[in-house]
Ligand binder design. Structure first.
Ligand code: ZN
Length: 399
């Protein structure tokens, strides 16, 4: 499915069994709101796990994106979101061990590194420091801020993270010791210009998901509490993964995600062997393995860069727009978000394939990821949403 821009054969890295995987065992069996409750995690423990991750990341390069076997739709959706972060995030549904977390880390490692203002807790761009960032505003007297190059951030939202930890809160230590009212930035600050990854997003409390989607859409985190009044840039691609068997997502929330994909563990022997072979080679010699995929990753990186530049000039012919609308109408999507996202995602795909205009082929390939989570339940149709989208596409495009 990735054909034109996916030069490699098939790929995959399965879940590395990281901190997130271990933390999962801690979740309790409480049922609130039809969901398994997430156990509140003590702040110190949370901090420990994220530093642990950084330590690992510092010594071991990420699994190469182009070495991931199969999972074509997931990779396609993530690449489109990388080209156009405004698409509204990606939901990944699948069972454990299907490599959901690996693929996000691989993608971030694939992207061109970014320059950030040195010391800024929000990763501001030195070329365009945000007027909304307090740190950069105070510093703006100087000519050009000091900057450093960093890898695109991937921030994990751990199980049971509190609202304080997500949006930031009053720095209690400073308040108690120095009597100062200072703001301690949260996870949203660290995720600015990168990815916010939520494992098992379907277990996250609705109000937190709402909050995250709001911030992701506005690109800004506003904190008005405990006598604090802070706003800071928070532009990130929200990636939520979930196991569909463990709690549903409210349709109102589903509709707010840009893309959704379903991933499965491969069932044919050849593919499974290839997955194991590559993962084993990576585990034996991460540096050597990454270097053997370096050229393929570099090609993909340059495709993303070029697609981003090309994006504003890609046109959508009237006939293609009509097709998109017809498709959404035939599927009974509520509102117009379906069409808007479909066109936008198809444009990102056209960019990746070096096309100047969106065509039916782009629409067709990205439509399932754009629409399957926006369908109203049809009591007369037992088919799953993927099947319904595929069927509507076939009817529209093959007739
Ligand atoms: Zn800043």
């Amino acid at each position: 499915m990735l054909n034109k821009f996916d030069s490699s054969t098939d790929h995959q890295g399965f879940s590395a069994g990281t901190a997130a995987g271990n933390a999962r065992n801690e979740s309790t069996g409480h049922a609130t709101n039809g969901k398994r409750a997430r156990k509140r995690e003590p702040a110190s423990g949370a901090k420990k796990s994220s530093t642990g991750r950084q330590a690992v990341a510092a010594t071991r390069p990420e699994f190469p994106f182009s070495a991931i076997v199969g999972q074509a739709e997931m990779k396609l959706a993530l690449l489109c979101a990388a080209v156009d972060p405004g698409l509204g995030g990606v939901l990944i549904f699948g069972h454990r061990g299907t490599g959901k977390s690996t693929v996000v880390r691989s993608l971030a490692a694939l992207l061109p590194p970014i320059r950030v203002v040195a010391g800024c807790p929000y990763n501001c761009d030195p070329e365009a420091p945000s007027a909304k960032c307090e740190f950069c505003r105070e510093d703006s007297g100087t000519t050009r801020p000091n900057s450093r190059q960093v890898r695109v951030p991937v921030v994990d939202l751990p199980l049971g993270a509190t609202e304080d930890r997500i949006v930031g809160a009053l720095d209690l230590e400073r308040a108690l010791i120095a009597g100062e009212k200072a703001y301690e930035p949260g996870l949203l600050a660290r995720a600015n210009r990168g990815f916010l990854y939520i494992d098992e997003v379907n277990l996250l409390e609705d109000h937190l998901v709402d909050l995250l989607l709001d911030v992701a859409a506005s690109g800004e985190n506003v904190v008005e509490r405990e006598g604090l009044s802070v706003r800071h840039p928070a532009r990130f691609v929200l990636i939520g993964s979930g196991n569909p068997e463990e709690g549903e997502l409210r349709p109102q929330l589903l509709d707010r995600y840009g893309l959704s994909v379903e991933v499965t563990t491969p069932t044919d022997i050849e593919t499974r062997m290839e997955v194991v072979k590559r993962r084993d080679a990576y585990d034996q010699d991460p540096v050597g393995f990454v270097s053997s995929w370096k050229n393929r990753d570099a090609r993909l990186r340059s495709q993303i860069k070029q697609a981003r530049q090309r994006l504003p000039s890609i046109t959508v012919p009237e006939s293609t727009l009509r097709r998109a609308t017809e498709l959404c109408l035939s599927l009974g999507c509520d509102g117009l978000r379906g069409e808007l996202t479909l066109i936008r995602a198809a444009r990102a795909l056209a960019g990746l394939e070096k096309d100047d205009r969106v065509n039916d082929s782009h629409l067709r390939r990205i439509a399932p990821a754009t629409l399957r989570h926006r369908l109203r339940r049809d009591p007369l149709d037992e088919a799953g949403s993927s099947t319904r989208v595929e069927r509507a596409i076939a009817e529209l495009f093959d007739s």
